[in-house]
Design a protein around this ligand. Sequence first.
Ligand SMILES: NC(=O)c1ccc[n+]([C@@H]2O[C@H](COP(=O)([O-])OP(=O)(O)OC[C@H]3O[C@@H](n4cnc5c(N)ncnc54)[C@H](OP(=O)(O)O)[C@@H]3O)[C@@H](O)[C@H]2O)c1
Length: 343
Amino acid sequence: MKAAVIHEFGNEDVLRFEEVADPNPQENHAIVKVLACGINRYDLFLRMGGIQKNTPLPHVMGADVVGEVVQIEGDNQKISIGDRVIVAPGFPINPAEWSHKPENFAPSYTVTGTSLWGGYAQYISVPTCFLLPDRTGLSAEECATIPLVLVTSVHAVKTLGETEPGHHVLIQAGASGSGSMCIQMAKALGAKVATTVGDDAKFDVAKRCGADLVINHRKEDFSQRIREWTGGTGVDLVIDNVGGGILEKNLASLRTGGILVNFGLVGGVKDELNFAALIFNQYQIRGSMMGSMDELREGLRMVESGRIKPVLDRTFPLANAANAHRHIQDRKVKGNVVLLPWE
Ligand SMILES: NC(=O)c1ccc[n+]([C@@H]2O[C@H](COP(=O)([O-])OP(=O)(O)OC[C@H]3O[C@@H](n4cnc5c(N)ncnc54)[C@H](OP(=O)(O)O)[C@@H]3O)[C@@H](O)[C@H]2O)c1
């Protein structure tokens, strides 16, 4: 089969489109013909060696896979050959932990395509218990924008963020893959949503996702705008996918007792915390990592009912995976980018 392979960690140019062996079917696994594979910022960190240095090379990454089952090994009641399926964007890779609940707290839980080969290929091998039937009615490329950011948004905005109707929520990087999905999730839960973008050209995508207020963080102090927007009170929840460099302003945007959920680090992995501000304002800071299979199913039901929509920026043939990574690296992305392995 064809795949976009890395033989070393490094910049976009380490992604090589080449012929590799088809995956070997193992017990309780299915072989899925990949119709489309979404790219996440995570893949860029993985490619650079920033996630784990001990990934055996050569490696094929890719977490957001939509495809068709072409082979099944072992007993399985739920999936049949020919089914359109969504691959779970993360799962415990140790078979002894396949039934661990919630899955994202299992010791061997990893994002799909991190330790085992992922979806930047024409075929992928996946444990059948981590395949879900695709009932979204979306095209494969639209659907491939969804799984990773969807499960993240359910876990971060609903479960950890405790969003309720009428809450005020600030979501950073509203035109990013994760931000555009978190805006939709917060709106679907009945919140009022403010978001930030670094370019006026990204206003539209944030608005289309339902944001009530869009702030260009390069032109305005977002925490001041948030204070004005909430009549001085601050928001109930900040969803932070940026990390280093904005902690103080994120906290200054919160109401007393408000929740900051962080799941991203494009701005860096470190920041300074003022414990006095934390204690006197009783802020709750929570780290979020992906989500469980139940949270993924819950999110998919919202997609099936049309409450959550894909935000497809553009597609690239798998052979151009390096250019697709460059597009994301350059902060040009508006939503999600998807690779097509058969073009
Ligand atoms: N833990 C989890 O479960 C989980 C799940 C999903 C994503 N993530 C993480 O969340 C982060 C965002 O992921 P994504 O896929 O949504 O990213 P993305 O689509 O590439 O968007 C990232 C956006 O962040 C904004 N940004 C703000 N400060 C930045 C900086 N210093 N450098 C680069 N970009 C900056 C940029 O938008 P503007 O130019 O508009 O500011 C950029 O386009 C990543 O760290 C990713 O690993 C974590």
